[in-house]
Write a protein that binds this ligand. Structure first.
Ligand code: NAD
Length: 427
C-alpha cells in the first residue's frame, strides 16, 4: 500500500516528521508512535429475525499521560483497527493542542446502521459496552459520538455501563442528549470550532469571510454547523458533496450563488446523505462526488472521511484556494499535505480545526461531574476562547520556527504529551 493511504501509517508519518523537528529521543518515539493499549473484540447481537450476528468491535487507548482517554465510537462497514489507531493517536494530539486535561482514544464497530433496526443498533451499543466496561469509565476512558453514532447511541451505552457498575455516572460518556447529561452547544461544537479557526486564519491573511467562497465535502454534523456559522459570518458556500444512499456513491451539489442550508437540510437523511434527484429538482447542479475539490473557491472544508485529498487529486485544487480547514479527521494524506504546503495553501490541520467537539465534550464531562449545566451562550463563548487560543498558539509557533501549521501543531502537542510522560517517569 502506498504511503499515506493507510490512516495509521499516515498518522505515524506525520508524527515521525514532527518528532524529527523536535529532535525527540528514541524512547519517546517508541512510546508515542503506537497506542498504549488496544482492545479488539466480538459483539454478538440477536437480530430481529431471531438469527445471531457477530460484529467486530474495537477500542484503542493511545495515550493517557495528560488525563483520561477521550474519543468517539464509529459505526462504519469499512472500519479497520488501523483507522481506529490513527484516530486515537490524533485524539491525543487534539486534546494536547487545545490544552485540555485528557488523553486520546477511539473506538468502533464494523457495521452499517443503515441496515440495522433501532433495536439492533441498541443491542450493538449495549454489546460493545459489555465487552469494554472494565476498561473505560469517567476516570479512565470516556467515549463520545462519531461517524454514524448519535446521542441516542451514547445514552444506550451509558445505561448499559450503569447497569454493569451500578449508580449514575453521566461523566462516563459525552454527546448525551441535552436534559440527560448532555451539554448545550455540543451539536454545534465541532462545526463551529472549524469556523472559529477558519475565521482566525482569514484574519491573519487579512481576508474578510464575506469576501470568500467555500466548497465543503460532507453534509453531516460537522459540515452542517460549519456551513451555518460560516454563512452567518457572511461567507458563501457554492458546493457541498454528500453520499447518495440509493446510488451508493457520492455527488457534489453546486449552486454558484450559494447553497441554501435550510433547503439542503430538508433534503438530507439523518446520516447526512442527500438524494441527487431531489437536489436536481431544487435547481442544484449535480456533479460527480470528487468535484467538490476542484471548485473555484477560496476555502475548502473536507468534513466527511479520511484520505480524501491525495497525491492523485491534489493537483485539481484551484490556485485560488487559500485555506483548507480540515473538519474531518485525516482528510489529507501525508504527501498531499506536503504538496499543499509547497503551494503555500494554509492548511488548518484536523486536530486543531475539529478540536471543538472534544473541547465541548470536556465541558460536558465537567458539567456532568458537577451535575450543574451552563447556558448555551456560555458554552459557545468558552469554546470560541479555547479554539481561538489554540489557533493563536499554533500560529505563533509556526511563525517563530518557520513551520507549516500542521508541523507547528504537532510540535505544540507532542511536546506537551512527551513532557507529561517524562514527568510521570514513563520516559
Ligand atoms: P456524519 O456521519 O454526521 O457525516 C458524514 C458525512 O459525510 C455525511 O454527510 C455523508 O453523506 C458524507 N459522506 C460519506 N462518504 C462520503 C463521500 N465519499 N463523499 C462525500 N461525502 C461523503 O459525520 P460527522 O460527525 O459530520 O463527521 C465527519 C468527519 O468529522 C469524520 O472524519 C469525523 O471523524 C470527524 N469529526 C467529527 C466530530 C464530531 O463531533 N461529529 C468531531 C471531530 C471530528
Amino acid at each position: 500500500m502506498a504511503r499515506g493511504f493507510n490512516a495509521f501509517e499516515n498518522a505515524q508519518a506525520q508524527f515521525d516528521h514532527a518528532a524529527d523537528i523536535l529532535s525527540l529521543d528514541r524512547s519517546a518515539r517508541e512510546l508515542l508512535r503506537y497506542p498504549l493499549r488496544e482492545y479488539s473484540f466480538a459483539v454478538p447481537v440477536r437480530m430481529d429475525d431471531g438469527s445471531m450476528q457477530v460484529f467486530r468491535g474495537f477500542r484503542v487507548q493511545h495515550n493517557d499521560a495528560r488525563g483520561p482517554c477521550k474519543g468517539g465510537v464509529r459505526f462504519h462497514p469499512q472500519e479497520t483497527l488501523d483507522s481506529i489507531r490513527a484516530l486515537a493517536m490524533w485524539m491525543t494530539w487534539k486534546c494536547a493542542v487545545v490544552d485540555i486535561p485528557l488523553g486520546g482514544g477511539k473506538g468502533g464497530v464494523i457495521c452499517d446502521p443503515h441496515h440495522l433496526s433501532n433495536r439492533e443498533q441498541e443491542q450493538v451499543c449495549r454489546g460493545w459496552v459489555r465487552q469494554i466496561a472494565r476498561n473505560i469509565g469517567p476516570d479512565a476512558d470516556v467515549p463520545a459520538p462519531d461517524v454514524m453514532t448519535s446521542a441516542q447511541h451514547m445514552l444506550w451505552m451509558l445505561d448499559e455501563y450503569e447497569q454493569i457498575v451500578g449508580g449514575r455516572h453521566p461523566g462516563m460518556i459525552t454527546g448525551k442528549p441535552v436534559g440527560m447529561g448532555g451539554s448545550l452547544g455540543r451539536t454545534e461544537a465541532t462545526g463551529y470550532g472549524v469556523v472559529y479557526t477558519l475565521r482566525e486564519a482569514l484574519r491573519e491573511l487579512g481576508c474578510a469571510p464575506r469576501e470568500t467562497r467555500a466548497s465543503v465535502q460532507g453534509f453531516g454534523n460537522v459540515a452542517q454547523y460549519a456551513i451555518e456559522l460560516y454563512q452567518e459570518l457572511g461567507g458563501t458556500v457554492v458546493c457541498v458533496s454528500a453520499w447518495d444512499q440509493a446510488d451508493q456513491t457520492s455527488y457534489a451539489f453546486r449552486r454558484a450563488g450559494g447553497v441554501d442550508l435550510a433547503e439542503l437540510r430538508g433534503l438530507a437523511d439523518r446520516f447526512g446523505g442527500v438524494d441527487k434527484g431531489k437536489a436536481r429538482a431544487r435547481g442544484y447542479e449535480v456533479l460527480e462526488g470528487g468535484a467538490w475539490l476542484a471548485q473555484d473557491v477560496d476555502i475548502l472544508i473536507p468534513a466527511a472521511l479520511e484520505n480524501q485529498i491525495t497525491p492523485d487529486n491534489v493537483g485539481a485544487i484551484s490556485e485560488r484556494v487559500k485555506v483548507i480547514a480540515e473538519g474531518a479527521n485525516g482528510p489529507t494524506t501525508f504527501d498531499a499535505g506536503r504538496a499543499l504546503d509547497e503551494r503555500g495553501v494554509r492548511v488548518i490541520p484536523d486536530f486543531v480545526a475539529n478540536a471543538g467537539g472534544v473541547t465541548c465534550s470536556y465541558f460536558e464531562q465537567v458539567q456532568s461531574n458537577m451535575n450543574y449545566y451552563w447556558p448555551k451562550d456560555e458554552v459557545l463563548a468558552k469554546l470560541d476562547r479555547a479554539m481561538t487560543a489554540a489557533y493563536a498558539g499554533v500560529a505563533s509557533v509556526a511563525k517563530k520556527h518557520e513551520l507549516h501549521l500542521r508541523d507547528a501543531a504537532y510540535v505544540v502537542a507532542i511536546d506537551r504529551v512527551a513532557r507529561a510522560c517524562r514527568d510521570r517517569g514513563w520516559l
